[in-house]
Design a protein around this ligand. Structure first.
Ligand SMILES: *Cc1c(COP(=O)(O)O)cnc(C)c1O
Length: 333
């Protein structure tokens, strides 16, 4: 495993911290919960997409692109980090946002990440729920080519075999940190959406024979679909790296019982998890991904899934900017 073979631009503050959450661990009565702070990747308020963008933007630059096109849900953290990366590297950026939650609230449609998309200089287009977003990106690319531009399309979530290299890198980085700290990791837990994060992690953890089980907590698709998406992308990523066959299907596990009413729709568990992390550890989670992922982890802990003396690493994938699109969801009265 040698990632320097692949073109990369350095956009993230790495390594991100790996730290114990003493108060949350105590409040839940063990196990020891550690957090991998990928909310602190630094670019344009940070998050997990930055690691993927290091490889994706390098590919775009190799192809002499002058404008990046990507898509996401309205409060997409991926869109926000993509425009930040494009801007930093001197490229224009077109953001297509799908109103997946069908919200009509101004706060949701224009605050949080959408405000930041515009502040970083993107052209933002709002499209209705169930728009074929890949087709919409192709249409935008065609329009730009006719205007003499050289567009580069980054898929939703930056999740392809190039982007997932960023999370192979995260697995290697976390193992190095744990080895240096003398920390034995018993379980690794992450929220999983467009699949690139979990796919990259599973390749990294399996190809290094780490023997660390990885659990994804789904935020959108049902279990079978999510696991299939992650497994397919893990296989493509391993092929791309020249290490085909390192991931077996049974190593890809996603629990999708914490989605609630749908993608981006708040749940009581998410509200509890975001509030606990804020009030016990002063760390900001997000309402769509890391909040639901943490709600899943808390539920597993309460159900006694882990031994009291085990060490769990929860990946903080970022996204706190989206909180400002959801302030009405939290009631402090
Ligand atoms: C995109 C995102 C995820 C999910 O990562 P995928 O690679 O899309 O599965 C998790 N948390 C946050 C905050 C995100 O923005």
């Amino acid at each position: 495993m040698h990632l320097s073979r692949f073109p990369r631009v350095h956009l993230a503050h790495l390594p991100t911290p790996l730290e114990l959450l003493p108060n949350l661990s105590k409040a839940l009565g063990g196990p020891n919960i550690y957090i991998k702070r990928d909310d602190c990747t630094g670019l344009g308020s940070g998050g997990n997409k930055t690691r993927k963008l290091e490889f994706l933007i390098a590919d775009a630059l190799d192809k002499k692109a002058d404008v990046i096109i990507t898509q996401g849900a309205v409060q997409s953290n991926h869109a926000r980090q993509t425009v930040a990366a494009a801007t930093k590297m001197g490229m224009a950026c077109e953001i297509l946002l799908e109103n997946r939650t069908e919200s009509t609230e101004h706060e949701y449609l224009e605050s949080g990440n959408v405000f930041l998309d515009r502040l970083f200089g993107a052209n933002v287009a709002h499209l209705p729920k169930d728009t074929n977003m890949d087709q919409a990106m192709e249409g935008k690319a065609e329009e730009l080519r006719i205007a003499g531009k050289n567009p580069y399309i980054i898929p939703g979530g930056g999740s392809n075999a190039i982007g997932a290299l960023g999370y192979v890198n995260c697995a290697i980085e976390t193992l190095t940190q744990a080895n240096d700290m003398g920390l034995k990791i018993d379980h690794f837990v992450t929220a999983t959406g467009s699949a690139g994060t979990q796919a990259g992690l599973v390749v990294g953890l399996e190809a290094t024979n780490s023997l660390i089980p990885l659990l994804g907590i789904g935020v959108r698709a049902p279990k079978e679909k999510q696991e299939e998406n992650v497994f397919n992308l893990a296989c493509k990523t391993a092929d791309h790296m020249g290490i085909s066959g390192c991931v077996s299907r049974e190593k890809v596990i996603a629990d999708c019982n914490y989605v609630g009413g749908g993608y981006g729709v708040p749940t009581d568990g998410m509200i509890e998890a975001v509030t606990m992390m804020a009030q016990l550890e002063a760390i900001l989670m997000d309402p769509v991904y890391s909040g639901k992922g943490l709600a899943g982890l808390i539920d597993y802990i309460r159900k006694g899934f882990f031994k009291k003396d085990e060490n769990i690493v929860f990946l903080h994938t970022g996204g706190s900017a989206a909180l400002f699109g959801y302030t009405n969801t939290f009631d402090f009265s």
